[in-house]
Ligand binder design. Structure first.
Ligand SMILES: [Zn+2]
Length: 157
């Protein structure tokens, strides 16, 4: 039986998790690379029973070591509008940690008032760090995303 360990390693020092992409293409590449890293954990290799992935996390991103008692400032590099489906853990599948992504989850990615309000908040207040907005569909969704292609059709996003 194969074992996959995904470890969020909290350290009180600067880590690569704190580095932010400087432009949209770099942000998209980081998400794609993170997803490839996640998917590779589950690719079968006969001689490897235990696979580990360490996601470095600066504990200051959670406000754990704040000397002022204040929480950290938000500075996600991407907004992800994803489905509420419990089988799609968004930070996990992109190999990201706290404060990297501003995640909005709703069944089927429906664009209701609350979702639009969250998107507006991110754009209005997090624009210094944001480089990308992603609408994330997934296979097997029981509530089809209005922006995603349906079976037997194609669409450009
Ligand atoms: Zn879904």
């Amino acid at each position: 039986m194969k074992i996959v360990d995904i470890i969020y390693r909290y350290e009180a020092r600067d880590t690569s998790a704190s580095l932010r992409p400087s432009h949209t293409d770099a942000a998209l590449r980081r998400l794609e690379d993170g997803n490839k890293t996640f998917a590779a954990l589950f690719e079968s290799t006969a001689d490897q029973n235990i696979v580990q992935c360490i996601v470095p996390v600066d504990s200051r991103e959670l406000g754990l070591l704040s000397s002022t008692g204040e929480g950290p400032k938000q500075h996600p590099f991407a907004v992800i509008l994803g489905c509420s489906d419990a089988r799609v853990p968004i930070e996990l599948i992109f190999n990201e940690g706290p404060n990297d992504l501003f995640v909005i989850r709703v069944a089927g990615n429906s664009l209701g008032t609350e979702v639009l309000g969250s998107l507006k908040y991110a754009i209005d207040y997090l624009s210094q760090s944001l480089k990308l907005i992603v609408v994330l569909g997934h296979s097997g969704c029981k509530k089809p995303c209005p922006l995603c292609p349906q079976e037997g059709t194609s669409a450009v996003h």
